[in-house]
Design a protein around this ligand. Structure first.
Ligand code: AMP
Length: 619
């Protein structure tokens, strides 16, 4: 494979000789525009509508060769913008007059398949009548069949279900032009290797293939060598050094909670000036507006904001007339404001180079700085990249609790009283008025003071009610919301952390395929994940006995999932899954030898491992 000279991988090519401040590196990358890559017309319009300012590194490297018809092997994960990297070239060249599927994207899970479908729909918003169909296990065949009969242009599916359709003759891939393998390593880990190879072999020889994978283990290289034609290999080069006086923390938070989480952090962090980074231009505006509505002085800067106005906002930040800038990477390029004590990555950037540049906006002129990154559960793997690129380990922080917020609010309230008491001449003039009131109404002075506090506070309660905390149920919960709701809506954070990830989380289920049927754990995981919409983390130990197997699945497995799984077949046999009640005939019933599937060795994190707060001067 011919490595791309444009970029190289942040996994393997850590370049320790890179400069400490990479303004220039980022600037070069940021000079590329989508139109320079060959994205045009309605697709470009959609990208603009979404507020994408510049292409991400993987997009810069992958879009031109894909548009030129080359096969591509890209090392990239979720969060790098890889979906647009393969979706935009497909949409650019799609012929909507054809009825047979032209593009097939294989994804390891139903969740990812749906996500990719949504992305295609967003990117084709201005193209007439592009039909995208998700095809995954667990969904009834009826919907899929009628959509297929009507004709679709793009199919995004899990390998198992695509194979089922192939076997039934309900999916015609004879006119396929583009095949994408998304998260190829994950598909292999889930036992889909044979299915993927079969699909590669059974589709037209002259199709264009793009393979994206976070890692490049030998089996993936082998597939690439066997089925791809002289692919362009794409790796992304990372920046390596960061300022040692910047404290890096991260918060695991769901997408929906980000605004509330940010407001809470603003309440308790002792910040001076702040930059909040988001991915798109539109988001800078909406987030700045939300912060202003919550009483913060915030302004948006992005590539569309005229230079004069940007400079004005930056000057206001310097002078302390503004506290928060909500920015995109482009707008904040090279920004040097000593007062910036905090950088918040509201959206984690698509590459480590941008991360290093962003956090370098704080800790200027020998000061200390704080960088806090919001990471959704799906983005957690990015931490490893950040660690490698910065040679520092970001510390996990917990979302400030209502008690943290209330302590800060009370301290501020005290400070406000103390400050007002310093205004001796004004105190003097009010003292007589209060004394007059106390005499005439026979009310103790502290009650009058409390009444004045109500006047000052207005209708807003001074303290948060811990019993009524909208964030309490989701705070510091690691499971994606979709997975929680698929399991009957029970929230993992309802249970103690120790129980959440331990073996107690699972219940044994018996399936009627065993060693005699030549079944292997990966086939079990692949089949159950595909048909039941389970993720790899949902599997505990798997024990294969001669006649049957025992699989540990979450105790709160939704009944609907179980019903869907009941008809699943492995090695041509119905698995007849049911809770294992240790029935006779269990051949000893001992499951101690059960092999644990996947890496469940998450470390537990302390309840609050924030580093001690540094005293900071506030204006
Ligand atoms: P992906 O890695 O494809 O899952 O994309 C991660 C996120 O980045 C998604 O929310 C995309 O909408 C967003 N995204 C992708 N490309 C860009 C871009 N060039 N600029 C801003 N956001 C982007």
């Amino acid at each position: 494979m011919a490595p791309s000279d444009a970029l190289s991988s942040d996994d393997q090519n850590v370049d320790s000789s890179a400069p400490a401040d990479n303004d220039s590196a980022t600037a070069d990358k940021n000079l590329t525009r989508f139109e320079d890559l060959g994205v045009s017309g309605s697709v470009l319009e959609a990208i603009r509508g979404l507020g994408y300012e510049t292409p991400s590194a993987i997009q810069v490297a992958a879009i031109p060769p894909l548009l030129a018809g080359r096969d591509v092997v890209g090392m990239a994960q979720t969060g790098t913008g890889k979906t647009a990297a393969f979706a935009l070239p497909i949409l650019e060249r799609l012929d909507t007059n054809k009825r047979a599927p032209q593009a097939l994207v294989l994804a390891p899970t139903r969740e990812l398949a749906l996500q990719v479908c949504e992305a295609f729909e967003a990117y084709s918003a201005h193209l007439p009548d592009v039909r995208v169909l998700p095809v995954y296990g667990g969904q009834g065949y009826g919907v899929q069949l009628s959509a297929l009969r009507r004709g679709v242009h793009i199919i995004v599916g899990t390998p198992g279900r695509i194979m089922d359709h192939q076997a039934k003759g309900t999916l015609d891939l004879s006119e396929l032009d583009y095949l994408v393998l998304d998260e190829a390593d994950e598909m292999l880990r889930m036992g889909f290797a044979e299915d993927v190879e079969q699909i590669l072999a059974d589709t037209p020889d002259d199709k264009q293939v793009a393979l994206f994978s976070a890692t490049m283990p030998a089996p993936i290289r082998r597939i690439a060598e066997k089925y791809l034609r002289d692919p362009q290999e794409i790796r992304i080069k990372s920046q390596t050094t960061t300022n040692q006086n910047i404290t890096q923390r991260y918060l695991v938070v769901s997408y929906q909670q980000k605004v509330d989480a940010l407001t809470r952090i603003l309440e308790v962090e002792n910040f001076d000036g702040m930059i909040v980074f988001v991915r798109t231009k539109n988001e800078t505006e909406t987030l700045a507006e939300k912060l202003r509505a919550r009483g913060y002085s915030a302004a948006a800067i992005n590539g569309d904001v005229p230079q004069v106005q940007r400079e004005r906002s930056v000057n206001h930040l310097k002078e302390g007339r503004l506290d928060i800038l909500v920015a995109t990477d482009v707008a904040a390029r090279g920004l040097d404001v000593e007062r910036i004590s905090h950088v918040i990555n509201f959206d984690i950037p698509t590459d480590t180079e941008s991360y290093v540049h962003r956090i370098g906006r704080t800790g200027r002129a020998g000061r200390t700085g704080d960088a806090i990154s919001f990471i959704t559960p799906r983005e957690r793997y990015l931490l490893k990249h950040i660690e490698r690129a910065t040679r520092q380990q970001p510390v996990r922080m917990q979302l400030p609790s209502t008690a943290d917020v209330n302590t800060t609010r009370l301290a501020r309230f005290d400070d406000a009283i103390t400050a007002a008491l310093q205004e001796t001449s004004r105190i003097e003039s009010f003292r007589d008025i209060i004394a007059h009131y106390v005499r005439n109404h026979d009310v103790p002075e502290h009650d009058v003071a409390a009444a004045l506090a109500i006047v000052a506070q207005g209708d807003t309660p001074l303290l948060l009610d811990p019993e009524n905390d909208p964030l309490a149920r989701v705070i510091n919960d690691d499971k994606p919301a979709r997975q929680r709701s698929e399991r009957g809506g029970r929230n993992d954070s309802d249970r103690p952390r120790a129980q959440r990830r331990g073996r107690h989380d699972y219940a044994p289920y018996r399936i009627e395929v065993g060693r005699r049927h030549r079944v292997e754990p990966r086939q079990i995981v692949g089949a159950l994940a595909n048909e039941g919409g389970l993720s790899r983390d949902d599997f505990g130990a798997i024990t294969i006995r001669p006649e049957f197997s025992i699989v540990e699945l979450p105790v709160d497995l939704d009944r609907g999932v179980l019903d869907r799984l009941r008809n699943t077949q492995i090695s041509g046999r119905p698995i007849q899954i049911q809770p294992d009640r240790g029935r006779p005939g269990r051949e000893g019933g001992k499951r101690d030898g059960g092999k644990r599937y996947g890496d469940r060795g998450h470390s537990s994190h302390g309840s609050d491992d924030r580093p001690p707060r540094k005293p900071r001067h506030r204006k």
